[in-house]
Design a binder for this molecule. Structure first.
Ligand code: PLP
Length: 435
């Protein structure tokens, strides 16, 4: 049997270092919110493979749907000889997308591709080239997605030049002193200093910033963006790749703002671990590119479509939106109590089960503690809990618990967080006393 250590050595030799790796833990099997490594050690999974497993590892419905599909066929290419499951899934996603306008969809394979295709569609529809995104946002690792991403290291450093005509506005983050008015004013400055609104094809935004730190765009900001886009004929693209499929307590986070996006990206938890992404949007905009302009060899793989249909069924039957709200309340309740004891917890915030804990020095929002954040993910893993960090300054723990996790598992994981933090906070004191 291979050990984690052996595999890590081989991994480091076999893979380019650009392919990052958080934990030297090699998974042998996983179920719901638990994983076991090659050495038989159990882990609670608070990462969900970066927001992919809202329905948990190997949800029985997903597993059965995939097994059934594998008995039928595995690939034909949706663009050559299609299949019913893809049509049913497109119809479902069109129905689920918020707003009254008739919708159409396309399938692609990754989130970054969905983002790229939104910009292609918006440009084809408007005949314009400019795109506005937000500082701290993350939209993927392909070239246009990198250009839109608002974080240089590690995503953009050394990879430029990027596609032109992309501009960034500050994301409204009250905790860091950026108000909705500040962000709207910055957009007006872009229109004044950089590009006239009549040349802007799209504005793209995550309704809750994922990789950037789980900051929640206030509803009035998203509503103001909707008005701005309507005023200037700009396509409003809502990136729901991390927030979608019940994670925030609604099928899509943008529902909280009560606005209708022009285009939406979907990926990650859409297919419960199988590679599938989609763009869903207003039919009149989606139909702008000509036949053959959109697509991909694996886009809408039959296995992924079968998985996605099972995921949606599970979300609806098990009321995972309600469960996301309950998990969010359970977690933030416990984390707020911990924050009273530990001054390093600067802020606890959430939208449903998209929960974050920002770690700072001396309760100062402007003194991010990335070292403590890193140490916490490491210590928690040693105690059997997989945690993810994020944030523009690398100082946010993002909790992405499978929505199918029991309260007992959530509490057990929170216990490890508390124990690990208490130990780490006490350690410098201990070493100071011992020295
Ligand atoms: C909001 C958002 N957009 C786009 C992406 C890119 O998705 P993918 O990694 O599947 O290309 C991600 C991935 O983390 C994301 O969180």
């Amino acid at each position: 049997m291979s050990s984690n250590q052996d595999l890590q050595k081989r991994r480091d030799a076999a893979f380019a270092r650009g392919l990052g790796n958080q934990l030297p833990v090699y998974v042998a099997r996983a179920r719901n919110a638990e994983m076991w490594d090659v050495e038989g050690r159990r882990y609670i999974d608070f990462a969900s493979g970066i927001a992919v497993l809202n329905t948990g590892h190997l949800h029985p419905k997903v597993q059965a749907a995939v097994a059934k599909q594998l008995d039928a066929f595995s690939h034909t290419c949706l663009m050559i000889t299609p299949y019913e499951s893809a049509v049913v899934l497109a119809e479902k996603l069109n129905r689920l997308a918020p707003g009254p306008s008739p919708k159409k969809a396309i399938f692609v394979t990754t989130g970054a591709e969905a983002v790229e295709n939104c910009i292609k569609i918006a440009r084809a529809h408007t005949g314009r080239s400019g795109v506005i995104a937000f500082g701290g946002g993350f939209h993927g690792r392909t070239f246009m997605a990198m250009a839109l991403t608002g974080k240089v290291a590690p995503y953009k450093a050394g990879f430029g030049p990027f596609p032109a005509d992309v501009y960034h506005a500050p994301y409204p983050i009250a905790y860091h002193g950026v108000s909705v008015e500040d962000s709207l004013e910055a957009l007006e400055h872009i229109f004044k200093y950089d590009i006239e609104p009549a040349r802007v094809a799209a504005i793209i935004i995550e309704p809750v910033m994922g990789e950037g730190g789980f900051y929640i765009a206030p509803a009035d900001f998203l509503q103001a963006l909707r008005r701005l886009c309507d005023q200037h004929g700009i396509v409003l693209v809502i990136d729901e790749i991390q927030t979608g499929f019940a994670r925030t307590g609604r099928m899509f986070a943008v529902e909280y703002a009560g606005i209708e996006p022009d285009l939406m990206t979907m990926a990650k938890s859409l297919a419960g671990g199988f590679p599938l992404a989609a763009v869903v949007g207003k039919a009149a905009i989606m139909d702008a590119p000509g036949p053959g302009g959109l697509g991909g060899t694996y886009a809408g793989s039959p296995i992924a479509c079968a998985a996605a249909l099972a995921v949606i069924e599970a979300i609806e039957e098990e009321n995972l939106c309600g469960r996301a709200v309950a998990i969010g309340e359970l977690m933030t309740g416990a984390l707020h109590v911990l924050a009273r004891e530990i001054p390093a917890i600067g802020e606890v915030r959430n939208l449903g089960a998209m929960v974050a804990m920002e770690l700072v020095k001396n309760r100062d929002p402007h003194s991010p503690d990335a070292d403590l954040t890193k140490a916490l993910t490491k210590r928690a893993a040693e105690k059997g809990l997989v945690l993810l960090s994020c944030g523009i300054y690398g100082n946010v723990i993002r909790f992405l618990v499978p929505l199918t996790a029991s309260d007992a598992i959530v509490r057990e994981g929170l216990g490890i967080v508390a124990e690990s933090l208490r130990e780490l906070i006490a350690e410098p004191l201990k070493s100071a006393v011992n020295s």
